[in-house]
Design a protein around this ligand. Structure first.
Ligand code: ZN
Length: 346
């Protein structure tokens, strides 16, 4: 088996606390699949630094979400509501904790990246997502906007002064676009398929560059479109990047229709990294609902974040290797379920 001999360390931020939210299609198995992909990347030589995600602070959340919404979300959890704002956003006993910890992963990564010896690239293996959560509304499996919170943390910490958000998920990040003004100095570029959430038909302020493609587009047109969006982003001149890494662009995904191959998605993510290779970059796990595909996408993506060649460690070379560990074992001992701190609004 070929291995990666010299590579930059990739920071991985995750937590088994995020398994607590049961969800539906957006299930805990997705997180376990991401961990298996990360482990597989490590086995071919990717150097990892792992950190435990911590709950986002009220200050971090309130810059991106209406405090009244945070109160509603916590009350939905406390009162045993069936769902929050949309039946796509089921609520259970683990939802509040899991959402807070997922939202806190970005700030944890930023604090580490601020160190002189900190990694340049990070991957947040988080759930629940992500880019459909708005200022005061949950939607599309998303309760808190992990992408927006990460971008805001990059700016407020001084890690960056201009953040480019590149959304590779199958769906338009309507929540992220709505939040651009709250994030601060940022630009948003998204290539997405027609369908849910029905936004992203035209460009927006922020700036927001949106490119809507028909269902079944496939690799070639998607990659060409992404290249044009990246040209716009390069011209805007960010000094830090956040990627919304959604694997629901892959063929066979139950909620995506872009019909990409694994190689196509990998090439797209590598385009982003190559165009902004000197910049601090945090990639946030977004959609992707076939766990075997999610695992492989994450393995490829972590390898790409490490600067490893695409040809390293094809999936067939990894089959049958014993000792696949889980992040539950590797990151830290399990943390007991805790009631959220009183600092959050009642
Ligand atoms: Zn999606």
């Amino acid at each position: 088996m070929k291995t990666l001999t010299s590579a930059k360390a990739v920071l991985i931020v995750t937590s088994n606390e995020m398994l607590a939210h049961l969800g539906g299609k957006e299930s805990p198995e997705r997180l376990r699949a991401a961990w298996r992909g990360i482990d597989a990347a490590e086995r071919i030589g990717v150097r990892l630094e792992r950190l435990e995600a911590m709950p986002a602070s009220l200050g971090e959340l309130a810059e991106i979400h209406d405090p009244r919404y945070l109160t509603r979300l916590r009350q939905a959890f406390q009162k045993g509501a069936a769902w929050m704002d949309s039946p796509d956003c089921p609520v259970d006993s683990g939802t509040w904790t899991a959402a807070l910890v997922a939202a806190g992963a970005g700030p944890v990564a930023v604090r580490r990246m601020l160190h002189p010896d900190g990694p340049q690239h990070a991957f947040l293996a988080v759930r629940p997502g992500c880019h459909h959560a708005k200022w005061s509304r949950a939607d599309g499996f998303c309760y808190l906007n992990n992408t927006a919170i990460t971008a805001r943390a990059m700016l407020t910490s001084g890690l960056c002064t201009r953040v480019g958000i590149i959304d590779l998920d199958n769906h338009h990040g309507d929540g992220t676009q709505e939040l651009l003004g709250r994030i601060g100095s940022c630009a948003y570029a998204s290539v997405h398929a027609e369908g849910f959430p029905g936004t992203g038909l035209v460009d927006g302020d922020g700036p927001a560059w949106n490119w809507l493609l028909p269902a079944g587009t496939g690799d070639e047109v998607w990659l060409e479109t992404l290249k044009q969006l990246l040209d716009l982003m390069v011209a805007w001149g960010p000094d830090g990047i956040v990627i919304s890494f959604g694997c629901d662009v892959l063929a066979g995904d139950p909620v995506g229709s872009m019909m990409l191959t694994q190689v196509g998605l990998d090439r797209g993510a590598r385009q982003v990294l190559e165009r902004f290779q000197k910049l601090p970059t945090i990639s946030v796990l977004c959609g992707g609902y076939v766990t075997s595909e999610l695992e492989e996408s994450v393995r490829r993506h972590v390898l790409a974040l490490a600067g490893g060649d695409m040809s390293l460690g094809s999936n067939s070379e990894l089959k049958g290797i014993p000792g696949v560990s889980s992040m539950v074992d590797l990151v830290s001992p399990p943390i007991p379920h805790q009631e959220p701190s009183n600092e959050y609004p009642e």
